[in-house]
Ligand binder design. Structure first.
Ligand code: SF4
Ligand code: SF4
Length: 285
């Protein structure tokens, strides 16, 4: 499979994440890079020019970084590719670069607004919408596995945001080692602490964000919540938020509740949970 990886307005974070992939040998048996900013010697502009002029086949176009909403070059490349993948939150939602300029967006979104550079109804030559791998950055396993699926002729099933269900159908909260603390409402006392949940005061977005960070670990060993840092919700359209390390509250109730939990249910259950939390957890928390 011939892959063209292009960077636009980017900090290169997704490239760095991708370079941490652990099975390069097997990936390179299926994937041939027409160009990748860290693996190729040519200049990106010259490669784009050449590909557009010669009509070279592109099986997968990968975009890293946000784009200007009138970027005709990227549009033409997307129209030529069998499949198109946006890697990282900037390429998906515009994200950080889009905060300061109305004319910056992702391939099919600008934050939660559908459209972006290609329009919400875009289908690539292979008949799929843009495959969105959100995250700041996207996990190397999510990137490489999606490439391998496409190389093997498997079409990833996508959620409403165009993200592969294989990686974005569960909440970051699922698989977190702190779930018992969450259920009994025992809060961590400080950042980095090994005990306690980070939802009630430290801004953890695990119950509000779709990612497999606590199931497919980073570097095979860790995740933010395991390291004692709250999940920042970097796979969602509204990242980054102000106050990443704090939970906004009204009258002691978090302003945003876990997905699927009503305010009434939260008040009833959390009061009881806190009161009856096992001593062993309270002592640790
Ligand atoms: S730390 Fe975050 S992800 Fe972990 S249990 Fe608490 S709310 Fe859920
Ligand atoms: S744990 Fe949260 S902030 Fe960290 S990478 Fe996963 S989704 Fe993003």
């Amino acid at each position: 499979m011939r892959v063209l990886w292009i960077q636009r307005l980017s900090c290169c974070g997704n490239t760095h994440s991708f370079l941490n992939y652990e099975n390069w040998e097997s990936l390179l048996k299926s994937v041939d890079f027409i160009y990748h900013p860290s693996l190729s010697l040519e200049a990106q502009d010259r490669v784009i020019e050449r590909v557009l002029e010669t009509g070279e086949d592109i099986d997968l176009l990968v975009l890293e970084g946000a784009v200007r909403c009138d970027d005709e070059e990227i549009k033409r490349l997307c129209q030529r590719a069998l499949f198109v993948m946006a890697v990282g939150n900037c390429a998906v939602y515009g994200n950080i670069p889009a905060l300061s300029d109305q004319n910056i967006c992702g391939l099919s979104y600008r934050f939660k607004e559908r459209g972006g550079l290609l329009g919400g109804d875009f289908l690539s030559k292979g008949g799929l919408p843009v495959i969105n791998l959100s995250g700041c950055p996207a996990h190397p396993e999510w990137i490489a596995t999606t490439m391998l699926m496409l190389a093997e002729g498997i079409r990833p099933e996508l959620d409403q945001w165009g993200r592969p269900l294989a990686f974005y159908s569960s909440l970051t909260h699922w698989g977190c080692t702190r779930n018992e603390y969450f259920e009994w409402k025992v809060e961590a006392e400080e950042l980095g602490s090994k005990k306690g949940c980070l939802f009630y005061h430290f801004g953890c977005r695990g119950p509000l964000s779709y990612s497999s960070c606590n199931q497919i670990l980073w570097n095979g060993v860790n995740s933010k919540t395991r390291a004692g840092t709250p999940c920042f919700g970097c796979t969602e359209y509204d990242f980054p938020r102000i106050g990443l390390w704090e939970t906004k509250q009204y009258a002691g109730i978090p302003a945003e509740l876990p997905i699927g939990v009503s305010k009434r249910g939260y008040i009833m259950l959390s009061g009881v949970a806190k009161m009856f939390a096992p001593d062993r957890l309270k002592d640790e928390g």
